[in-house]
Design a protein around this ligand. Structure first.
Ligand SMILES: *[C@@H]1O[C@H](CO)[C@@H](O)[C@H](O)[C@H]1NC(C)=O
Ligand SMILES: *[C@@H]1O[C@H](CO)[C@@H](O)[C@H](O)[C@H]1NC(C)=O
Ligand SMILES: *[C@@H]1O[C@H](CO)[C@@H](O)[C@H](O)[C@H]1NC(C)=O
Ligand SMILES: *[C@@H]1O[C@H](CO)[C@@H](O)[C@H](O)[C@H]1NC(C)=O
Ligand SMILES: *[C@@H]1O[C@H](CO)[C@@H](O)[C@H](O)[C@H]1NC(C)=O
Ligand SMILES: *[C@@H]1O[C@H](CO)[C@@H](O)[C@H](O)[C@H]1NC(C)=O
Ligand SMILES: *[C@@H]1O[C@H](CO)[C@@H](O)[C@H](O)[C@H]1NC(C)=O
Ligand SMILES: *[C@@H]1O[C@H](CO)[C@@H](O)[C@H](O)[C@H]1NC(C)=O
Ligand SMILES: *[C@@H]1O[C@H](CO)[C@@H](O)[C@H](O)[C@H]1NC(C)=O
Ligand SMILES: *[C@@H]1O[C@H](CO)[C@@H](O)[C@H](O)[C@H]1NC(C)=O
Length: 506
């Protein structure tokens, strides 16, 4: 034990010495990645275990490096990064310094961390231990770090251990507290149903990241978070149930790639998420679950919702009043579902971006988007649209419309009003003539994309139906070569929309 201490100490002294001349950023690979480094100041610091024969105080000098005067001045602000240098164990009082505010020991081979490792860095605010091999039950065994604000332990892999610790439940003991911790990252750590009394140990935690684990019990998480928590990320877990009134304080919940099948309010099935009580929620991400049902009252409490992502599910329809309380939504995605009609979005007076890509919509009736005044981007590609009625896109702010990958042969005259549209995507449809697009009066139009439409009768006269300043993009199009004189570029490998990729018609 004493020997290994000395080895570690020697190593630390060496690395610390190197670090001070190398801008405190020591990594085996010479990648230019972001470092914690802020300002360097000539503060003394101590390295080494407090108990032990050798302990050393050094005053580093910075003759080579010009020091910028700090713009904002903390009493001390040193940042260390010992990345990918093969550290294996971090002993007690690893470094002694009140000047270090940020320490990264990422991508080493650390399998043992003393609970007292960082207690002699009283001002440590950011600690990154990602990419190590710390046993799960010791992940949060740290004491005496009262100023720690951010703790990052992602990609920890302790499976080299032969003991089956893959189902460790307790990773946080009651005695361990992080009074100042606001951000905790524990992604990609093979965590299962862990008991973590966050609300006791981390009373002011605001952001908790638990993505890429194997958590299946939502109560283990939702029953243990403090009321201060506003952002919770549970991406890629195995959660199939969230009970009523668990989302009271959250502003953002990211739960893509889980196992929810129903979104509900009060009457909920087994595998569901209840949104009752989610009165502060601004962003909800439930992409790629297996949601097939959304109760009409599901969003009744979500008056503050700004972002909703329900893409990649199996939603076939939405009741008329589903969104009648969510008037502030700015981004709505229902892409990659099986909707046959456009849902009622009339109440979303602030909607800017609507993504309905890859559904089974076959018609756009007049006024279906209710003249929404702020709607700017509308994505309807990869549906089965055959019919667009005259007043379908009666949207005064619409600048971007994607209708690619549908079954359109023609568009009605005067079909876009009041003509703010700039980008129009009509690739992969069945248009045969430019006349059938009715683009003549759309003065705002800058780019029209018509790649992969059958256009056998394209000729110079066809372009008269285009408004000025419009670039027509035609790639991989089946044209009748004998009638075309101005075709320049028709090859497959020119994928960019540069000025040669189509016709420029002014
Ligand atoms: C923490 O370390 C990981 C792994 O090297 C790195 O990807 C990440 O950017 C670091 N986080 C911060 C905040 O520096
Ligand atoms: C990591 O540490 C373990 C034991 O702690 C050792 O067996 C293994 O060889 C080390 N791996 C590397 C890449 O240093
Ligand atoms: C964890 O480490 C073990 C042993 O080195 C390796 O076989 C396994 O693939 C690693 N797991 C992950 C998720 O990186
Ligand atoms: C989750 O895992 C995937 C694949 O293993 C990886 O690409 C992704 O970056 C991980 N995400 C996080 C947040 O660790
Ligand atoms: C929204 O619809 C629900 C169910 O139809 C109804 O109970 C509620 O009063 C409606 N809210 C508004 C603001 O219209
Ligand atoms: C809406 O989505 C856009 C694009 O993804 C994003 O930049 C914007 O921040 C989102 N709006 C809100 C309110 O989150
Ligand atoms: C629409 O949603 C799909 C599926 O989630 C996504 O791949 C695509 O990037 C989204 N489009 C926009 C413009 O956000
Ligand atoms: C396209 O336009 C031509 C001439 O303007 C018209 O004869 C033809 O019927 C139209 N095709 C379709 C599918 O509407
Ligand atoms: C292409 O043009 C030639 C000559 O005008 C004509 O004979 C031929 O039928 C056209 N082919 C198609 C598919 O329109
Ligand atoms: C395309 O043409 C415009 C206007 O002539 C010019 O400003 C732009 O730089 C050109 N883009 C490319 C990729 O050549």
């Amino acid at each position: 034990m004493a020997l290994s201490h000395k080895i570690i100490l020697f190593f630390i002294l060496t690395t610390a010495h190197l670090a001070k001349t190398e801008r405190y950023d020591l990594r085996k690979n010479d990648e230019k990645t972001e470092t914690f480094q802020k300002n360097l100041r000539k503060d003394p610091f101590t390295v080494g275990p407090s108990v032990g024969p050798v302990s050393s105080t050094r005053k580093p000098t910075y003759s080579n490096t010009p020091i910028q005067p700090p713009r904002y001045s903390y009493p001390s602000d040193l940042s260390f990064r010992f990345s990918d240098v093969g550290l294996q164990r971090i002993g007690r009082d690893f470094i002694k310094s009140d000047s270090i505010i940020s320490l990264s020991l990422d991508n080493n081979n650390i399998s043992d961390v003393s609970p007292f490792a960082f207690r002699s860095m009283q001002n440590l605010r950011h600690l990154n231990l990602s990419g190590n091999r710390i046993p799960k039950e010791k992940l949060l065994s740290l004491t005496g770090n009262n100023n720690l604000q951010t703790l990052i332990i992602n990609n920890n892999n302790d499976t080299f251990d032969c003991n089956d610790n893959s189902n460790v439940k307790k990773i946080l003991k009651e005695s361990e507290t992080f009074q100042s911790l606001e951000h905790l990252h524990l992604c990609n750590n093979q965590l299962r149903d862990i008991e973590m009394p966050f609300y006791i140990a981390m009373p002011i935690l605001t952001h908790l990241h638990l993505g890429n684990n194997s958590i299946s019990s939502s109560s283990a998480v939702f029953d243990n978070i403090p009321a201060s928590l506003t952002h919770l990320n549970l991406d890629k877990n195995l959660i199939d149930h969230v009970e009523k009134d668990k989302l009271r304080y959250l502003k953002e919940l990211v739960m893509n790639d889980n196992k929810i099948t129903q979104v509900c309010f009060e009457e909920c099935q087994e595998n569901s998420i209840s949104l009752r009580g989610a009165i502060r929620m601004e962003s909800l991400f439930l992409s790629r679950n297996q949601i097939s049902e959304v109760s009409p009252d599901a969003f009744n409490d979500m008056e503050h919702l700004l972002n909703l992502d329900l893409s990649g599910n199996k939603i076939a329809d939405l009741a008329k009043d589903t969104f009648n309380n969510t008037v502030w939504i700015i981004n709505l995605s229902l892409a990659h579902n099986i909707l046959a009609t456009i849902p009622n979005v009339c109440s979303m007076l602030n909607l800017k971006n609507l993504n309905l890509t890859a559904n089974r919509i076959n018609a756009i009736p007049s006024d279906t988007f209710c003249h929404l005044q702020r709607l700017e981007h509308l994505y309807l590609s990869n549906n089965m649209i055959t019919t667009i009625e005259t007043r379908a896109f009666n949207l005064q702010s619409l600048t971007y419309l994607d209708l690619s990958g549908n079954q359109l042969r023609q568009l009605p005259a005067q079909w876009i009003f009041p003509w703010q549209i700039q980008e129009l995507h009509l690739e992969r449809n069945y248009f045969t003539e430019l006349d059938n697009l009715s683009l003549t009066n759309i003065k705002s139009l800058r780019n029209v994309y018509l790649d992969e439409n059958p256009m056998p009768k394209l000729n110079a006269g066809s372009f008269q139906s285009l408004p000025g300043h419009t670039t027509l993009h035609l790639k991989n199009i089946r044209v009748n070569e004998t009638q075309i004189k101005c075709v320049q570029d028709n090859d497959d490998d020119d994928a960019d929309d540069d000025n040669n990729s189509g016709y420029s018609y002014n």
